[in-house]
Design a protein around this ligand. Structure first.
Ligand SMILES: Nc1nc2c(ncn2[C@@H]2O[C@H](COP(=O)(O)OP(=O)(O)OP(=O)(O)O)[C@@H](O)[C@H]2O)c(=O)[nH]1
Ligand SMILES: [Mg+2]
Length: 359
């Protein structure tokens, strides 16, 4: 049975908003949204709720979590109507780990690298502060130098390991800071310039990119504001789970076909052998012919010819495919809300209409 676990990793420099994104996501989805909820173990639940309550209760800079000083792994379940759709791993780490040369801690760096390489979907965190102002060239330069130069080596390692890049969401964090200084067109131009490799048709499959502006609350870092009011924060998670779930269903369909084919071939071989016995006996002189042996072979052959191909394994796979496909259809509606998407560098209306994703 295909497992229903995946890993998603957010890449972002120190202060880019990774921990706040995680808190906003947990705040929004642990409360439930259109039937979807996120759950985790009790200890992590208490810890994350403390942190997001602090974001709501405190004012000024004290409301924000301190910069992350060591990596923490979380195991979440995305549920639909309380049933688990998929488990996913999430690592919250200090952004400085991405730059092993300045931090010098190779073990921590390797842990984050492993998470990135195991991810079915990557989230690239672009700090909205880098999109403030009116100078597009400066924005491109800043993003290339502050994000691209360090992240590119991870993308290259991913490519070496998998031969392709995973579906990737470029998340514009702190969008509340830059929403008056930029628009979809400029953001698309900047991301395409800074991360050009994601905007080409690869040798196999497709390059799948979404650009998603997110915020945990309008001007939440200013004194007088007092509420967490997340914008779009659920969309990257839904996108990641959508593709991971689609992949698991595809694996289950392949497994089912393979098992059926193997079973059919095995039966055909047995039938062939039985037919040989029948022929051998029929070819004998009648006084040497073993009629019992021939009749037993004929009866067994008859039984095998009419035997259907079902088995416990096949029916489990059939149930898995039917059940998960139902959720995939439901999730598709959420993923369609992402409106800035690119497939092989071409702007598309809808991320869920990709033919032959792996082909
Ligand atoms: N206006 C605004 N500010 C935000 C938002 N999200 C984060 N911030 C600010 O950005 C700061 C850094 O956010 P973090 O989430 O701690 O950044 P990080 O990427 O986890 O940083 P490291 O743990 O050092 O790697 C916060 O302390 C807030 O001041 C947002 O949505 N809007
Ligand atoms: Mg952090």
């Amino acid at each position: 049975m295909p497992d229903c676990k995946t890993t998603m990793t957010i890449l972002g420099m120190s202060g880019a908003g990774k921990t706040c994104y995680l808190l906003g996501m947990y705040y929004e989805l642990s409360a439930g949204m259109r039937g979807y909820t996120i759950t985790t173990n009790d200890d992590d639940d208490v810890h994350l709720k403390d942190l997001y309550n602090n974001l709501n209760d405190e004012k000024g800079p004290n409301r924000f979590p301190a910069g992350t000083d060591s990596s923490v792994s979380y195991q979440f379940q995305l549920r639909c109507n309380y049933k688990t759709l998929m488990d996913f791993n999430w690592v919250d780490y200090p952004g400085g780990y991405l730059d092993r040369k300045t931090q010098g801690n190779l073990d921590d760096y390797r842990r984050v690298e492993r998470s990135i390489l195991e991810s079915s979907c990557l989230f690239v965190c672009i700090d909205g502060n880098l999109l403030c102002g009116k100078n597009t060239e400066k924005k491109i330069r800043d993003i290339r130098h502050k994000c691209g130069s360090i992240m590119n080596s991870f993308f290259a390692s991913y490519m070496d390991k998998h031969g392709e890049l995973p579906p990737t969401a470029f998340i514009i964090t702190k969008y509340d800071k830059c929403c008056n200084d930029t628009d979809e067109e400029e953001i698309s131009e900047i991301i395409e310039e800074a991360f050009n490799a994601f905007f080409h048709k690869p040798d196999k499959g497709h390059s799948i990119v979404a650009i998603i502006p997110v915020s945990i609350g309008m001007n939440i870092d200013e004194e007088e504001e007092d509420v967490l009011d997340p914008l779009n924060i659920q969309l990257p998670i839904f996108m990641g789970i959508y593709f991971a779930l689609g992949d698991r269903i595809a694996v289950a369909v392949e497994d089912k076909e393979r098992i059926k084919k193997e079973k059919k071939e095995k039966i055909e071989k047995e039938i062939e052998k039985l037919q040989e016995i029948i022929n051998q006996e029929n070819d004998m002189w009648w006084f040497l012919r073993d009629n019992d042996r021939r009749d037993r072979a004929a009866a067994k052959k008859n039984q095998l010819t009419t035997q259907n191909l079902s088995s416990t394994e096949i029916s489990q796979l059939t149930d898995f495919i039917a059940n998960k496909s139902k959720y995939l259809d439901k999730l598709r509606k959420e993923v369609r809300q992402i409106n800035l998407v690119f497939v092989d560098g071409e702007k598309r209306e809808d991320l869920t209409k990709i033919e032959n994703r792996k082909g």
